[in-house]
Design a protein around this ligand. Structure first.
Ligand code: CTP
Ligand code: CA
Ligand code: CA
Length: 569
């Protein structure tokens, strides 16, 4: 879809962490306030500044003591600390509240129009959301709202200093059959929706926010920042080239980091307008074709990145800096911090699982050292039957990934550690995957029996192989049979809870006994004729998996699932 046909909005909470704190101490509203992390060093590092405090020149990144000098009456809220780590739950919970209001409002609006899936909502950060309102607006008749309603929502226009009032006049006095005017009216209609949504957010959470209303993500994000706080800004396509004359390349979404700096240095330019003057061939000389095309589009106000339907975060993460002397130089310290970070993360993962019915499949461990810079490792999370493994197991998997051998002293100390659980999977899908895994496992068990039979018929000539006893040879896996039996004969459904409990125990015991016997047999050396070649990689693999399954109480879970019908073998 051509860019100006889309209507894309960014909602961003104003000085979010400060508002979260002010809501809890309402006498602090309208007073200069900041949120600072770490109490004991120069008044703590400031991570959020409200607009009253910004008026004194206080900025994020300053130390609390320094800010107090600029504004003696400044109130400093402290981020709570747990085990030496900032506890940010309060802000995350407040964020979930805001997103709930946004979701409910969208649902309500769609319901009133008797239509579904008109709005795409993408959670962009803890306090930001993109909305694609194209379908919603196009489902309504093209109509100008009352100017007064819009000004009540503190709506601003970004277009050569033109007032919203003057802009409105031209629509009222001219016919609106030209496409550009129609697009502008669509933006105005979207502003009504956004104003009402912001009002809902305020009424239900007490939080104020700002919004940008334009045609793509880059422009709406830019527009949102133009009149903060508590305002919404319309940015029509026609206003882009003049606006870009005063927009620093680094202030544009995705150009804030290395890439933006690189562009400024290479072409010796500063603004987006200057970037639009760099011709395509010159861009191509310095960047690959795709990047050059993308930069050229951005410089002309075009950005075709879609708003994706994502109401949840892509990952759940936490981290900790260890500056100067605090840097971790012993493996045992790293172990302790991995456990501590994971404790926090695991609680959040469990909460997220309950609330959003999803499970993370991958843990990304990041660390920073002076010698290696930023590094990360990915560790799969072994989710079985819709649940996470115990935190201790994840922690030991992480440690194994980080250190291949025990290290007392780490030569290149770790200055930052972070963990992020990601690659989420629907719990139902996770259960289905696990079921498939179990079935595959049983197929292997069947094969192991088959291998045993073959070996019985054609005993190996070599006597040097270590051998193990195999379970009684049957045409079908005995474990699979007993599970089927348990499943079929399960008397659970019609019994009371107490009875359920005792029956489960009886069945678990039967199965456990079998499994223990199997494990004993598979690990003891005997001279029995029924032998399996222990060195056979296939057998070793099965043994490994078997032990893993036993380890994780896999079978007691299978039993539960057979009983409640989620698992069918
Ligand atoms: N935040 C942070 N560290 C950063 C960036 C942001 O802890 N490097 C937190 C801030 O405390 C902030 C929240 O994330 O309150 C949202 O960040 P952002 O939207 O960038 O700033 P706000 O404080 O909300 O201020 P603004 O009104 O400018 O959006
Ligand atoms: Ca914000
Ligand atoms: Ca933000």
């Amino acid at each position: 879809m051509a860019d100006r046909n889309r209507i894309v909005v960014l909602i961003d909470m104003d000085c979010f962490y400060v508002q979260c704190e002010q809501r809890l101490e309402s006498d602090k509203w309208l007073k200069p306030c900041v949120v600072a992390q770490y109490n004991n060093w120069q008044g703590g590092g400031i991570i959020a500044v409200n607009y009253e405090a910004r008026a004194y020149g206080i900025k994020r990144g300053m130390m609390g003591d320094q800010a107090k000098k600029l504004c003696p009456e400044l109130h400093i809220f402290r981020v709570p600390d747990e085990n030496g780590k900032a506890k940010l739950d309060k802000y995350r919970d407040a964020s979930a509240e805001v997103f709930q209001v946004i979701s409910d409002f969208i649902e309500e609006q769609e319901k009133s129009m008797d239509l579904n899936n008109l709005v795409i909502l993408e959670r962009a950060s803890v306090d930001e959301a993109f909305l694609d309102l194209t379908k919603l607006i196009d489902a309504k008749p093209l109509m100008l709202p009352e100017l007064e309603d819009l000004t009540n929502f503190n709506t601003k226009l970004e277009f050569n200093n033109q007032s919203l009032n003057d802009w409105f006049d031209q629509f009222e006095h001219h016919n609106i059959d030209n496409r550009q005017q129609q697009d502008n009216i669509r933006l105005i209609m979207a502003s009504m929706f956004v104003g009402q949504l912001r009002q809902q957010i305020f009424e239900q959470t007490e939080f104020k926010c700002s919004a940008g209303i334009s045609h793509n993500k880059m422009l709406s994000k830019l527009a949102c920042g133009l009149n903060k706080p508590n305002a919404q800004t319309i940015l029509p396509m026609i206003a882009v080239s003049s606006l870009f004359k005063r927009i620093d390349i680094g202030d544009v979404r995705l150009l804030g980091g290395k890439l933006g700096n690189q562009i400024k240095t290479i072409f010796n330019i500063q603004t987006m307008y200057q970037l639009s003057q760099v011709n395509r061939f010159t861009l191509n000389e310095k960047f690959d074709n795709k990047t050059a095309e993308w930069l050229n589009d951005l410089a002309n106000g075009l950005d075709n990145e879609p708003v994706s339907d994502r109401r949840l975060t892509k990952s759940i993460g936490c981290g900790k800096n260890f500056r100067g002397k605090m840097a971790l130089c012993k493996q045992s310290d790293v172990n302790q911090w991995i456990n501590s970070l994971l404790k926090e993360l695991y609680e959040r993962m469990m909460k997220d699982k309950e609330m959003n019915q999803r499970l993370a499949r991958l843990m990304i461990v990041g660390y920073y050292t002076a010698g290696k810079g930023h590094c990360h490792r990915s560790i799969p999370i072994d989710i079985t039957l819709g649940d996470y493994p115990p935190a201790e197991r994840i922690a030991s998997d992480i440690m194994r990934q980080l250190f291949s051998k025990p290290l007392i002293i780490i030569q290149d100390p770790i200055q930052n550690l972070s963990l992020a659980a990601t690659k989420f999977l629907d719990t139902t899908k996770a259960i289905m995957d696990s079921t498939a895994k179990i079935e595959k496992f049983f197929q292997k068990i069947d094969r192991i029996t088959f291998i045993g039979q073959q070996q019985q018929q054609q005993p190996k000539s070599s006597k040097n192989h270590s051998t193990i006893n195999q379970p009684p040879i049957q045409s079908k896996s005995p474990i699979k049979k007993s599970i089927q039996m348990v499943g079929k004969k399960s008397p659970m459904k019609n019994k009371s809870n107490n009875n359920n409990k005792s029956s489960t125990t009886v069945q678990s015991n039967t199965l456990d006994r079998y499994l223990q016997q199997y494990q004993r047999q598979s690990t003891s050396k005997t001279n029995n004729d029924d032998k399996i070649d222990l060195n056979d990689p296939h057998v070793r693999q099965i043994n490994r998996e078997m032990n893993q399954l036993l380890d994780s109480f896999f079978f007691s879970k299978i039993l539960c699932m057979l009983e409640n019908g989620t698992l069918k073998i």
